[in-house]
Structures are given as structure tokens and as C-alpha cells.
Design a protein around this ligand. Structure first.
Ligand code: UD1
Length: 352
């Protein structure tokens, strides 16, 4: 069984670590990197740190508008797929690289396996929502992280090839948390006291691409009483510069981090504030409460469990949300499996 795994953006490199290891036990794998993320700190560091084999193909597509980026990937991926002739094309998550991989494969009649299938925000203005709906409808195998995700697929008529395997990011956290605690110097290297700071990440287009919204997000973070550390995504940095916004002096702005430092920073925080899907779950897995600066989340189970709260970006709302979440939280149910998603996926695909 020969797998072709399509990667392109930071969260996909993280998920590829356990997946690639499992696929290579049960078959052969080639990796294609679209080049969607290209800075060393957004890409190479994850391959090195997490021991992922270097990509067999690097398309070097880079940044662009939604259509230009996705279209360029589609054309190049088709050539790679024609050369590789894989038995299965594996795509992860909901980025433009995910959709391009699924569409290129489907048009060549190659079967597609989608990991993190069935998530919905029900907000079609998000590029990720378009990507995940389309990808789910192009896939032969849908690996869902939760029963709710399976139900959401069923609601759209997708019932064949659906497997609830849990969340592959839990695999990564379980495999790397001990290592992060030993090898990372975070949060001490930033002089941040354990449980005495907030970790914030902001990068979604809905928060960064509108000047008023981004300004409100920064003001809200800047108004918190606790120290706030924010590893700044290049998209957010470029929008702050373009809009001529000032970063509140209270914010500790740092460059994007590798996986181990990021996990250690989340692990040590009092509270996490984010608009990232991955960070919402990582916070849950290490038992740190989360405030999500969005109107909706795909990971609704974390909200229902009392560990995640949606919040509008106003200083009062954010301060009150952080205060609420700093109070003792309920017992954590296991929402997204047991950390064996990669192995389950590889076994199911190898038997196909
Ligand atoms: C993408 C995904 C998003 C995911 C995020 C993780 C889509 C539609 N969005 O968003 O779902 O949560 O990755 O980080 O696929 N840039 C750099 N260096 C890089 C990469 C990007 O400077 O290595 C800058 C460029 O200005 C670029 C901007 O970031 O235009 C946006 O990058 P892009 O890959 O289009 O989307 P993300 O915001 O990273």
C-alpha cells in the first residue's frame, strides 16, 4: 500500500508526526509539501523537532489569494500524483493544501482519506469551512475525531467509510508532553511564572483582516491584568504593520515557536486565549482553560465540558471570561479518543 500525504501548513506538520510513523509501519509513504508555509519557524522546525521524514516533493507554492494559492497547488499536485500513482492520498485538516490535495486526487480517480473529517463551524465565510466541506465530499475515508463529527457528516449524507478514531493531535500531545517538559526552557526562559501568565495566539483571517476587529483584539489582550505572551503569526504581524496598529506595551510579542516550546508554554499557562482550532484542543489536553476569540468553534465539545468559552474582543468581555475560566473547572471527560488515532487510521487504510 503506497500512501501520498499532502502537507502544507503548520498544524499539518504537527499531525504528520504520528501519522507518518504509523503509515510507514503499514505501507510506504511519500510526502508532498505544497509550500503554503515556508518560513523556517513555520515549517522546517516541525520536521526536525518531530522527526518527520523530509518531503519527497516540495512544490514551493507560497502565499497568495485564496484562489491563486489553491489553484497553483492543484496544478502542481496533479503532476506529483501522476508520477507517484499512490493507492491512497491522505489529507489533513482544513487548509487550502487540504482542499487542493483532495481535489487533485479526486479528479485523477485516486481515493482520498481525510483526517479530521466532519468538523463544522457553519460559517461559510471562513475559508477553512469551505475547504472542509468540499474535502469531506471528495473523500472515500472520513476519519472523524468525535461522534458529533460523524453525525455532522451523516447530516450531509456521508455515511460510508466514516470512522471515529479520536483526534490525532491528542496522539502528538501524549507523545511529546513529557519531552517538552524536559527539553523546552519555556516558560522560565521568558521569565514567566508557571500559572501566572496568559498565552495568546491570533491568526484567523476573521480576526486579522479587518482593521477594527484586529485593533479590538489587541486592545482586549493589552487590557488584561496578567502578563500576556503572544507568539505572532506572520499573517497577524503583516496586518498590524499594514493597518499601522500599535502593539500594547503590556503584550510580550515573540516569534512563532516550535512545537515543544509551544506545548510547554500552553502547559504552563493560567489560561490560553486563541482563535486556533489546534490550540483550543492542546489546552484541553493539558488541562488549561481556554477563551476562544471567535463567534463559533468547531470544537464545541470543549465548550460544553466547561473548558472553553467563546468571547467577543472587548476589554470587559475578555477580562471577565479570563476571570471565569481561572476558577476551578469541572472534571474533564475524554472528548476526542485515547491518543491512538494514527495507528487506527493506518490499520484501516492498510486493510483496504
Ligand atoms: C493557514 C490556514 C489556517 C491554519 C493556519 C495555521 C488556510 C485557508 N488557512 O492560515 O486554517 O489555521 O494556516 O497557521 O489554508 N506567511 C508568512 N510565512 C509563512 C506562511 C505565511 O509570512 O511561512 C504569511 C504571508 O503573509 C501569508 C499569510 O501569512 O500571506 C497567510 O498565510 P496562509 O498560508 O495563506 O494562511 P494562514 O493565515 O497561515
Amino acid at each position: 500500500m503506497h500512501f501520498l500525504t499532502v502537507l502544507g501548513a503548520r498544524p499539518q506538520f504537527v499531525k504528520a508526526a504520528p501519522l507518518s510513523a504509523a503509515l510507514r509501519v503499514h505501507g510506504t509513504e511519500s510526502i508532498v509539501h505544497t509550500g503554503q508555509h515556508y518560513d523556517v519557524g513555520m515549517s522546517d522546525v516541525f520536521f526536525t523537532e518531530l522527526g518527520i521524514a523530509p518531503p519527497n516533493h516540495h512544490l514551493g507554492i507560497g502565499s497568495g489569494s485564496q484562489g491563486a494559492q489553491t489553484g497553483a497547488m492543484l496544478a502542481s499536485l496533479e503532476q506529483v500524483m501522476l508520477a507517484e500513482r499512490p493507492d491512497v492520498v491522505v489529507v489533513l485538516g482544513d487548509t487550502n493544501s487540504t482542499l487542493a490535495g483532495a481535489l487533485a486526487a479526486a479528479k485523477l480517480h485516486l481515493p482520498v482519506a481525510h483526517i479530521e473529517a466532519g468538523l463544522r463551524s457553519f460559517n461559510r465565510r471562513m475559508p477553512e469551512e469551505v475547504n472542509r466541506v468540499m474535502t469531506d465530499h471528495l473523500s472515500q475515508w472520513s476519519f472523524a475525531p468525535s461522534p458529533l463529527a460523524r453525525q455532522q457528516l451523516a447530516d450531509e449524507g456521508i455515511t460510508e467509510g466514516v470512522h471515529v478514531v479520536g483526534d490525532i493531535m491528542l496522539d502528538v500531545v501524549m507523545q511529546q508532553r513529557g519531552r517538552a517538559r524536559v527539553e523546552s526552557r519555556m516558560p522560565a526562559a521568558l521569565d514567566l511564572p508557571p500559572r501566572g501568565y496568559v498565552l495568546a495566539t491570533i491568526h484567523r483571517a476573521e480576526n486579522t483582516d479587518d482593521r477594527e476587529r484586529l485593533s479590538a483584539v489587541l486592545d482586549s489582550l493589552g487590557g488584561l491584568a496578567l502578563p500576556v505572551v503572544i507568539p505572532l503569526h506572520p499573517r497577524t504581524r503583516s496586518r498590524i504593520d499594514r493597518f499601522g496598529l500599535r502593539l500594547p506595551s503590556h503584550l510580550r510579542v515573540i516569534d512563532p515557536m516550535g512545537y515543544l516550546d509551544m506545548l510547554a508554554l500552553i502547559d504552563g499557562a493560567r489560561c490560553v486565549i486563541t482563535d486556533s482550532g489546534g490550540v483550543q484542543k492542546e489546552a484541553y489536553y493539558v488541562g488549561v482553560p481556554c477563551v476562544t476569540l471567535r463567534d463559533e468553534t468547531e470544537w464545541t465539545e470543549t465548550v460544553d465540558a466547561g473548558w472553553n468559552m467563546l468571547c467577543q474582543p472587548t476589554p470587559d468581555a475578555l477580562a471577565s471570561a479570563v476571570a471565569t475560566m481561572a476558577m476551578p473547572r469541572p472534571v474533564q471527560p475524554p472528548l476526542y479518543g485515547d491518543g491512538t488515532a494514527a495507528e487506527q487510521i493506518a490499520v484501516i487504510l492498510a486493510a483496504a
